[in-house]
Design a binder for this molecule. Structure first.
Ligand SMILES: NC(=O)c1ccc[n+]([C@@H]2O[C@H](COP(=O)([O-])OP(=O)(O)OC[C@H]3O[C@@H](n4cnc5c(N)ncnc54)[C@H](O)[C@@H]3O)[C@@H](O)[C@H]2O)c1
Length: 280
């Protein structure tokens, strides 16, 4: 159970997409612990409602909705609801994301469907979400946008045996786009006193990484006898100086910082929360 308490985000309203499971739930819980009121949405509206119910049970304030971020009307409608029911939106966290199309984990190479769905959700879903709050934040001359990108968007990496395997290309390119969009939006909105930053998570054991681990089994014979979780840990030990997985709450804490007054002079930055797996 999550309990609400006074904190650095007291009474700030945060809209979070993809908050039905995984990282989005951790972000919502940490922001509530710091005093925020959250509007949580997901393609899976029942899951978003569970997130909100748990927060309300802990004494926090939350509303939830079914939102498909690929549909601008769907995001706009939920943002309008948050503004009218909660009095405004101070913080926007485009977090919803996909690793690829249906059956991604079975493929060595990407398909057109992987490009289409990954760009529809991870890129246009992100811009639809920021578009839904942008004019509102500009009118108020204040706001914090924290985009969930990935350290995978920073530099190329091979994902299979000897780098043979292209299945993650659409995802990794979409996350590079998220980082570039963070820079561009920070330039666009800076004069309205709106901060735009990104968090680049490393590796977290969510449904997304489970699919990646299964895909690694397809791409690399060395993983054939390992369980998906063993592959996840193996990759962490091989790449991260801190040698442990990140948690949804780790990501939430950095989002909370970037959404707070403590970060008022930080904008256009993409911050790795990745156990040191990459330094830039
Ligand atoms: N798990 C990791 O290791 C990791 C690493 C780096 C970045 N990320 C990023 O963090 C974010 C969250 O990832 P996660 O690991 O929690 O994934 P997840 O698959 O567990 O959760 C993603 C959520 O997004 C929702 N979603 C998918 N398509 C949607 C749509 N069209 N509209 C609204 N909601 C939609 C899903 O229903 C799901 O609840 C993603 O942007 C992901 O790329 C994750």
């Amino acid at each position: 159970m999550v309990s609400a308490m006074a904190g650095q985000l007291q009474d700030k309203v945060a809209l979070i997409t993809g908050a039905g499971r995984g990282i989005g739930v951790g972000i919502a819980n940490v922001l509530v612990e710091r005093g925020a009121i959250v509007a949580v949405c997901d393609l899976d509206g029942a899951a978003a409602q569970e997130t909100a119910n748990a927060i309300i049970a802990g004494g926090g304030k939350a509303i939830s909705g079914t939102v498909d971020v690929t549909d601008p009307d769907s995001v706009d409608h939920f943002a309008d609801r948050a503004i009218s029911e909660l009095g405004g939106i101070d913080i926007c966290v485009p977090n919803a994301g996909v690793i690829g199309g249906r059956g991604f984990h079975e493929r060595k190479d990407f398909t057109k469907e992987d490009w289409d769905i990954t760009f529809a959700v991870n890129v246009q879903g992100m811009t639809n979400t920021t578009d839904a709050v942008k004019e509102h934040m500009k009118e108020r001359e204040s706001g914090k946008i924290v985009i969930i990108a990935s350290h995978g968007g920073r530099k190329p990496r091979g994902v299979g045996d000897k780098g043979r395997g292209n299945s993650q290309h659409p995802y990794l390119v979409s996350k590079a786009a998220a980082i570039q969009y963070t820079h561009l939006l920070a330039m666009e909105l800076g004069s309205y006193s709106i901060n735009v930053n990104a968090v680049c998570p490393g590796r977290l054991w969510t449904a997304m990484w489970e699919a990646i681990a299964l895909n690694h089994k397809e791409l690399n014979p060395a993983f054939a006898e390992m369980t998906p979780y063993e592959i996840f840990i193996d990759q962490i030990k091989a790449t991260m100086p801190l040698g442990r997985p990140q948690t949804p709450e780790d990501i939430g804490k950095t989002v909370a910082f970037l959404a707070s007054d403590d970060a008022s002079e930080i904008t256009g930055q993409a911050i790795n929360v990745n156990g040191g797996a990459a330094f830039d």
